[in-house]
Design a protein around this ligand. Structure first.
Ligand code: G1P
Length: 290
């Protein structure tokens, strides 16, 4: 099987309940982080890693995502008429970023089910998966690119992991290591959101994956869990019994932008790093009576 990855699946059908009421009528992926919607950071990460086709698995109330990555002829005309070349470039750039296709997940049956919806569009190729809640700052090499590099060398499916504090471990899929070599772990098994006492390690799965097409058969064979959801972690666990699956502790800072506090952290840190705003924002923070 070829080891070049060109397609990425973005499951974006989630209801964003952790972020209500902000997400009642607009998608959580469109919440703005400083001056760009969250989803654009993740799309830019994929493009920086060499992805040239993005498959968005969407749901109801998500048309703003499609519109954001489409042309906006009216806006372009207005900016052109005003002679605002800088902003015109900005909006045109977004529409021309990469090829997008959209498919609906019309039932809320979990992450595994969302990925299964992309089966036909992915075809018989390895592919990347990026979850929009996880924003990763990694200026040297995009996080998904780091996983793709491991895949190029090994041909094995790879999940991103980081060491999480044990008090939060139940929020994640967790890897049980068979063996570890530096940042790379050979996965023995994995379990979705275990109770803290039952967690097999502190290696928490973060929303970046490189998967091989044999995951689809495992997803099809996965029974829904107690919530009626088909979990990707369960399918990957089944895959790990049949072939080598790896976990990579990637380089970069990850923010859980689907959570209110995580989103605030991301907002402050991205604003501090922003080339135009960073300096004045820092001065503003220093002046706060904390
Ligand atoms: C999903 C995955 C979980 C992973 C997490 C990372 O869970 O099911 O294994 O640890 O993303 O963000 P969710 O947070 O969507 O419930």
């Amino acid at each position: 099987m070829a080891r070049k990855i060109t397609k990425a699946v973005f499951p974006v059908a989630g209801l964003g309940t952790r972020f209500l009421p902000a997400t009642k009528a607009s998608p959580k992926e469109m919440l703005s982080l400083v001056d760009k919607p969250l989803i654009q950071y993740v799309v830019e990460e994929a493009i920086a890693a060499g992805i040239d086709e993005i498959i968005m698995v969407t749901g109801r109330n998500k048309s703003a995502i499609e519109d954001h990555f489409d042309r906006s002829v009216e806006l372009e005309h207005t900016l052109e008429a005003k002679g605002d070349a800088e902003r015109l470039r900005l909006v045109q750039q977004i529409a021309g970023m990469v090829d997008f296709c959209y498919i609906r997940q019309n039932e809320p049956k979990g992450l595994g089910h969302a990925i299964l919806r992309a089966k036909k569009l992915v075809g018989n190729e390895p592919f990347a998966v990026l979850l929009g809640d996880d924003i990763i700052h990694s200026p040297r090499k995009p996080a998904i690119g780091q996983l793709m590099e491991v895949f190029r060398k090994t041909g094995a499916p790879v999940v991103a992991v980081e060491q999480a504090p044990m008090e939060n471990i139940s929020a994640y899929g967790v890897v049980a290591p068979a063996s570890r070599r530096g940042k790379l772990t050979h996965v023995r098994s994995m379990v979705e959101k275990p109770q803290r006492e039952k967690a097999p390690s502190n290696l928490a799965i973060i929303g970046r994956y490189v998967l091989t097409p044999d995951i689809f058969a495992r997803l099809e064979a996965t029974e829904p869990d107690y919530k009626g959801e088909i979990q990707l972690t369960a399918a990957l666990n089944a895959l790990a019994r049949r072939r080598k699956v790896l976990a990579l502790e990637f380089e970069g800072i990850r923010y859980d932008a689907g959570d209110k506090l995580g989103y605030l952290r991301a907002t402050v840190e991205f604003a501090l790093r922003h080339p135009d705003l960073g300096r004045s924002f820092r001065d503003f923070l220093k002046g706060l009576p904390l």
